[in-house]
Design a protein around this ligand. Structure first.
Ligand SMILES: [Zn+2]
Length: 487
């Protein structure tokens, strides 16, 4: 298929005049019959890469994704484009699931979203096998690798699922993946020797990055006050610690600087309200912990600040990447010091609990299901007599066990009878597939790489980031180091 044809097909079938970012590169590679690993940050137009083949193919495009919460929306969006789309996951009633299986068996769909667990069900495989799967899309492909910050054991089985359905071409998509994760994705999907790697819109030519060393919070406040631009679009200031956020919030109040806050200690309703306010209004200043921003696609964020060192270059790049989505110039500032390191190292320690802790946690949970359901994590924390109230090993353990399929996922536990929370005991294989001890070391290494980037006063900052992700070491001409060099 020729390039011109793709553009013509796009205009005939979709309400778009042109491809954006690297959509065309990816779709061209698919039509050249290549396996593709696409690195696409949020906002780079990922969905079209599977909507396009779904719309024009006679066969089925299968998307595997771990994100149940997004599937409904992804399906609706595809339907609006006239694609016969559906999803199957654990959120459906069994009647509805059976109905969709029979539609699937009758080849009624062009695009199907499923979670990887689906492949454990014989009825699903049977219905799926009635179709010719033209393209297997592995969304959030970093989940296949333990290095990829959201490992899902079921993802390790994708290569064998793929063989079950005749080894279709693979399109693996992820927003961020370091070189190690990229390598792991290619190996685990068994496409290492036959693929094209496409960087899609990782380039952010409108961002100018600045890093400044500042030891005390007071110094950081001064810098922040100097760089804030209250009437020129929205701004986000990121904090690792809620107490630092609150300290800054008080000082801003004293200076009569309007702002909103977003962090884990706020009540759910308040958090939602503040988020809504941020999305709806211009010129909002938001003080937030890193959880803020996932899924937000506000085009005109003009400045992003970090008041403490982010845990890795991925997190940093993802967070500053929320600025300037409209393509207009945007600034990012990082104020950091050596003192940030112990805080981050403690976070890492809690995020990757030891095997013995995970086992003990599972036992505790198993024996106290009802109390846990009524009182939540506080109950478990108390039982384990944690002295530090920031210690989040309990939450981390729950998340790990739910990714492993050992306990029911958090979103559902409130609606469940208590005895349905536990699914199975973690086994040796789980601990081998995702080795917390190795991850702990790896995350510390990533933190140091972030620190080195911040500390480096000569090399282009964007160039260092691109190199980290396996790209070209460019000279951006806009970061503090580049400007220093010019001056
Ligand atoms: Zn530069």
């Amino acid at each position: 298929m020729l390039k011109d044809d793709l553009n013509e097909i796009l205009r005939q079938n979709f309400p778009y005049k042109n491809f954006v970012h690297s959509q065309e590169k990816i779709i061209t590679a698919i039509y050249k019959n290549k396996n593709v690993l696409g690195l696409m940050p949020t906002g780079a137009g990922k969905s079209l890469c599977y909507q396009f083949p779904a719309k024009i193919s006679e066969n089925l495009i299968l998307v595997i994704s771990p994100l149940i919460a997004l599937m409904q929306d992804q399906t609706e969006k595809a339907k609006q484009l006239g694609i016969k789309a559906t999803f199957v996951n654990s959120s459906l009633s069994s009647e509805e699931r059976v109905r969709r299986y029979s539609q699937l068996a009758e080849k009624k769909y062009q695009l199907l979203f499923v979670t990887p667990e689906r492949f454990r069900k014989a009825e699903f495989i049977q219905a799926l096998k009635k179709n010719k799967v033209e393209l297997l899309v592995v969304d959030e492909a970093h989940c296949i690798s333990q290095w990829g910050h959201d490992f899902r054991p079921d993802y390790s089985q994708i290569a064998s699922f793929s063989r079950m359905i005749g080894s279709p071409k693979v399109l693996a998509l992820t927003a961020t993946a370091t070189l190690e994760t990229q390598k792991d994705i290619l190996e685990k999907l068994e496409i290492k020797n036959d693929h094209e790697l496409i960087w899609a819109g990782m380039e952010r030519e409108n961002l100018s990055l600045h890093c400044e060393e500042a030891y005390e919070n007071e110094d950081k406040v001064k810098l922040l006050l100097e760089y804030l631009k209250p009437n020129e679009g929205s701004q986000i200031v990121y904090f690792l610690l809620i107490e630092t956020l609150q300290f800054f919030s008080k000082i801003l109040q004293k200076h009569n600087i309007q702002h909103k806050v977003y962090h884990g200690d706020l009540k759910g309703d308040q958090r939602k309200q503040n988020l809504k306010f941020f999305q709806k209004n211009e010129n909002v200043l938001m003080l937030a912990t890193p959880a803020f921003g996932l899924g937000i696609d506000k085009p005109n964020i003009r400045q992003v600040f970090h008041v403490q060192l982010p845990g890795s270059i991925e997190s940093y790049f993802q967070e500053i990447g929320r600025a300037g989505r409209d393509g207009k110039p945007a600034n990012t500032y990082l104020f950091f010091s050596e003192n940030d390191l112990p805080i981050s190292m403690e976070f890492i320690k809690w995020a990757y609990p030891e095997k013995a802790f995970l086992r003990a946690f599972f036992e505790l949970l198993k024996n106290n299901l009802l109390a846990f359901q009524q009182q939540g994590f506080d109950f478990l924390r108390e039982k384990l007599s944690f002295k530090n109230k920031r210690d989040f090993r309990v939450e981390a353990s729950y998340q790990i066990l739910s990714r492993w399929g050992c306990v029911e996922s958090l979103s559902d536990i409130n609606d469940l009878p208590a005895d349905k929370i536990i699914i199975r005991e973690p086994n040796e294989e789980d601990f081998v597939l995702e080795n917390q001890q190795e991850l702990f070391k790896y995350q510390n290494k990533k933190l140091l790489e972030m620190y080195q980037l911040a500390q480096n006063q000569t090399k282009c900052r964007m160039g260092q980031i691109y190199k980290y992700f396996g790209g070209e070491e460019i000279i951006c001409g806009r970061c503090d180091n580049c400007i220093e060099r010019k001056g």
